[in-house]
Ligand binder design. Structure first.
Ligand code: GDP
Ligand code: MG
Length: 441
């Protein structure tokens, strides 16, 4: 999905003015992309219709950045489809002890997700949670939950050999009442495929526990299969929400869109790894960004526009093209970064930047570096800022001392300035206004 879409959007962003025909062509591609991502035909059609109406409106074609406007409309519409009603992260757990039933295929991540959610409820809401494994098919599965429970400090129902799932559910219910628990979670057994027995068992447990939430756990990497599974489970057991796991993988989130469009079930949480804190409540914007294959680039564009006035950008661009890039320019850029939420804020909005962010944090490159660098530049004289070559030993000492920092930090800043200055010259040469204009937009 993402390859095709990013191609389309690349073309759109490169164009200045946009005709109705441009929009139509682009949206045809979007439509095909959606269909390829297993979105049903009527849904894709509806989606395109809604986008087209907005995208060919006067506001867009008259706008100075029509390409970006269309991207934003597609993006917003995606969010509209992805967004379910209510707060995805809010589990219904009033009237203690509140039962939560976890269902899904084997290996989808039920047991892991059960423990992750239990930890969340305990840590964030101070709830007392009891977890029970109903997976009698695999004794190791019960052990697995017990071990996770110990790890996160959440109680698990003691294992009694030879009990069937319904009996375990009953015992969990009793234990939860007697023990004064706020929530009890039932982690059911899964199968590799949906079959009658699996459904019958889950239904029997449901009838005993009468769950406040029935969460279906599905592997987000399985695409259309995930949707079929969801429809089947919802039909037979009734689910109150979906948890998509393995969203830390390469999948682009197409499953999320199909899931929403086809089943209409709200996606409540997203699993992002094997660790116990690798879960977050569902954010439609994040998934929309992933489907578009560009992180949250739309909001990055918006923020950049808000903070960097066009006029200022134009002026800077002209100077860069002439190969002029002094400490004042660097300072402006550093301040710009600060306004956009610092390194962390920017990294979070760019696809694939998570790892880099971690590395930077480990290397001590955090937001305080922006502050320190700005302090160093502030401590320079006007002349030094305009011509950093003046900064020799004695001046360096004075500047560093003025900012209360080491000369070594100043040296790093000077080096960074030199590298950026070289880069700006290159870009300036590459074609007046081409690449750079693209960047500054
Ligand atoms: P169950 O059979 O449905 O109970 O599945 P498990 O909870 O035992 O999970 C199966 C495997 O998937 C385990 O190795 C988990 O660590 C892993 N897993 C679960 N959720 C995620 C996730 O969100 N991301 C990743 N990368 N792995 C996950
Ligand atoms: Mg399990």
């Amino acid at each position: 999905l993402s390859d095709r879409l990013s191609g389309v959007f690349d073309r759109l962003t490169k164009q200045g003015a946009l005709s109705a025909e441009d929009v139509k062509t682009a949206l045809r591609e979007v439509r095909v992309a959606l269909l390829e991502a297993d979105v049903s035909l009527p849904v894709a059609r509806e989606f395109i219709k809604a986008v087209e109406k907005q995208a060919t409106g006067a506001a867009v074609t008259k706008s100075v950045t029509p390409g970006q406007q269309v991207i934003k409309i597609v993006h917003d519409e995606l969010i509209g489809v992805l967004q379910g009603e209510g707060d995805p992260g809010k589990l219904k757990i009033d009237n203690p002890p509140a039962p939560i039933l976890m269902v899904g295929l084997q290996g989808s991540g039920k047991t892991t997700t059960t423990a992750k959610l239990a930890k969340r409820l305990k840590d964030r809401e101070g709830k007392r949670v009891l977890m029970a494994s109903l997976d009698v098919n695999r004794p190791a599965a019960m052990e697995q939950l017990a071990i996770l429970g110990q790890q996160i400090g959440v109680d698990t129902l003691p294992i009694v050999k030879g009990e069937d799932p319904v009996a375990i559910a009953r015992r969990a219910k009793t234990q939860a009442s007697l023990g004064g628990y706020d929530v009890y979670m039932l982690d059911t057994a899964g199968r590799l495929h949906i079959d009658h027995e699996l459904i019958a068992q889950a239904a029997a447990v449901r009838d005993v526990a009468n769950p406040r939430e029935t969460l279906l756990v599905v592997d987000g990497l399985t695409g259309q299969d995930a949707v079929n599974v969801a429809e089947e489970f919802d039909d037979k057991i009734g689910v109150s929400g979906v948890v998509l796991t393995r969203m830390d993988g390469d999948g682009r989130g197409g499953a999320a869109l199909s899931m929403r469009a086809v089943t209409g079930k709200p996606i409540r949480f997203v699993g992002l790894g094997e660790r116990m804190d690798a879960i977050e409540e569902f954010h439609a914007e994040r998934i929309a960004g992933r489907i578009l294959g560009m992180g949250d680039i739309v909001s990055l564009v918006e923020k950049a526009q808000q903070t960097l006035e066009a006029e200022q950008a134009e002026r800077m661009m002209k100077r860069f093209q002439k190969g002029q890039f002094n400490m004042n320019d660097l300072k402006m850029q550093l301040e710009q970064m600060q306004k956009m939420g610092g390194m962390e804020g920017m990294m979070q909005m760019m696809p694939g930047m998570g790892k880099m962010q971690k590395q930077m944090a480990e290397a001590g490159m955090d937001d305080s570096i922006l502050r320190r660098q700005i302090a160093l530049i502030n401590s320079m004289t006007k002349k030094e800022r305009a011509n950093p070559a003046l900064l020799q030993a004695s001046r360096k000492k004075r500047v560093a001392a003025g900012a209360g920092l080491e000369v070594s930090e100043l040296n790093k800043l000077i080096k960074q300035h030199r590298q950026m200055s070289d880069m700006m010259k290159k870009i300036g040469k590459m074609g007046k206004g081409g690449a750079l204009k693209q960047m500054m937009r």
